[in-house]
Write a protein that binds this ligand. Structure first.
Ligand SMILES: *Cc1c(COP(=O)(O)O)cnc(C)c1O
Length: 324
């Protein structure tokens, strides 16, 4: 099927319309479907927005925002709003942030997938465009889009197969790319061509459109939020009520509803056994990211409450066997 055909145009438009409906995206925002993943957009954000003043503020709260800041450094001056830290366990209070009044934009990651840290609020940007990486918590709760300059999310966590990335951008932030910005990372070109500047990842857009419809039918983003709170509460209580057998190092006020890192306190050999036994019980990918170690469970929209119960039941049984 040609991506220039009216058939595909309909798939493309339908996915945009459904997303606009479920997330209540205002008319003065464009919805773009891009390639290059979240990592591609790290570069695109700077290439499209940083030239206004030449500098940008980055709120680094974990691995992904750190990567985004490093990418942006190639294209302009990056002001780190928070002092560098060895590990990320909390979000320092906004009153301590050193924001630059001359920044072109303020960048943050709404959910740090690897570290398990999620913003429970939208940062106060004082009129400066706010850019948010929502790759791992997109469409898991309602958000007030009008508070943002740019929101982006790579598909593979919550909305579809890897290979497509959603960008939602306020109209007035278009038309200011750096002259060296590659065309496929250029938000203005993508907006002008309705995301059909070159061959789009058609199948990804098709599936993503179906996921948007599924969300709409299943209580919308409000329904996803109820599920996310239920699932993550089940898991955090299993951890917190384990008499110290399991532990989660993340400050309670910023614990992620999507990615839950945890340890078997002080017993790395039991973590290995946990991975082996959980695999036998039909659960894979419970290993923590290599940069933080331990265990991690991801509770994306596709994971049901009953799936989560399988995990928490397994954890209770495992503890009953090995808690000395
Ligand atoms: C996965 C992820 C990314 C990177 O996405 P890619 O598509 O692999 O480049 C960026 N940010 C967050 C928060 C992520 O979870």
């Amino acid at each position: 099927m040609s991506h220039r055909s009216s058939h595909y145009e309909q798939i493309n438009n339908q996915a945009q319309e459904t997303l606009r409906h479920i997330l209540d995206v205002p008319d003065n925002y464009k919805i773009l479907f891009m390639q290059g993943g979240g990592t591609g957009i790290f570069a695109a954000v700077a290439l499209n927005l940083i030239s206004k003043t030449g500098s940008a503020d980055y709120v680094v709260t974990g691995s992904w925002s750190a990567k985004a800041a490093n990418e942006a450094k190639k294209y302009g001056k990056v002001n780190l709003v928070l002092p560098p830290r060895d590990n990320y366990l909390n979000i320092p209070d906004q009153s301590t942030w050193s924001l630059d009044p001359n920044a072109s934009y303020i960048y943050y990651c709404a959910n740090e997938t690897i570290n398990g840290i999620e913003f429970p609020y939208i940062p106060e940007a004082k009129g400066i465009p706010l850019v948010a990486d929502m790759s791992s918590n997109f469409l898991s709760k309602p958000i007030n889009v009008s508070k943002f300059g740019v929101i982006f999310a790579s598909a593979q966590k919550n909305i579809g197969p890897a290979g497509i990335t959603v960008v939602i951008i306020r109209d007035d932030l278009l038309d200011q790319p750096m002259p060296s910005c590659p065309s496929i990372l250029d938000f203005t070109i993508m907006a002008k061509f309705n995301s059909l500047y070159n061959t789009p990842p058609c199948f990804c857009a098709y599936v993503m459109g179906k996921v948007f419809k599924w969300i709409d039918k299943n209580g919308g983003v409000k329904g996803m939020e109820v599920n996310a709170v239920t699932k993550s509460s089940m898991l955090y209580s299993t951890i917190d009520d384990s008499n110290g057998f399991y532990s989660c190092p993340i400050s309670k006020d910023v614990r992620s509803r999507m990615n839950v890192p945890f340890r078997i306190t002080g017993q790395e050999e039991l973590e290995q056994l946990f991975l082996e036994e959980s695999k036998k019980a039909g659960m894979i990918q419970l290993k923590g990211h290599r940069s933080v170690g331990g265990l991690r469970a991801s509770l994306y929209n596709a994971v049901s409450i009953s799936d989560t119960k399988v995990l928490t039941d397994f954890m209770a049984e495992f503890r009953a066997k090995y808690h000395k």
